[in-house]
Design a binder for this molecule. Sequence first.
Ligand code: INI
Length: 155
Amino acid sequence: MAEFIGDYSTPAGRFAIVAARFNALVTESLLAGCRDAMARHGVAEDRIDVAWVPGSFEIPVVARKLAGSGRYAAVICLGCVIRGETSHYDHVAGQAAAGVMQAGLSTGVPVIFGILTTDSVEQALNRAGLKSGNKGADAALAAIEMVNLLSRLEH
Ligand code: INI
């Protein structure tokens, strides 16, 4: 029986991060956490490109383009959708999630969902470097694990 698992050793290749400017106070912290985790795992800054989009709704189209370019081992998507009083949240959060999944499935490149979906600003801040860790760092680890797993599946 073969068993495959990706580890957190320094992965090969370049990485792209797609970050939303909406709720930038939160997404800039996610990006900082993501970059820090990449650096701690041996991925130098010059192996990382960052693309900024207006909001989380715009993340999938850019993630799809970058993932399909053949230039990146993984694409990491960072955003923050905070529930308001209208159904806007559901549309933005739902379509962002579906689009990120679609970008990965249609290209075969890991496209990581680092988009916070929270009920409040406090919850979002807690997940962007306060009480609940930094989901940008978690997204970096997921990307590294997936790149290493896919590499093992190929060899
Ligand atoms: N975009 C977000 O990333 N987070 C949000 O909380 C948000 N809310 O609540 O409206 C949001 N809206 C903007 C959206 O992503 C698009 O940029 C906009 O609709 C233009 O297409």
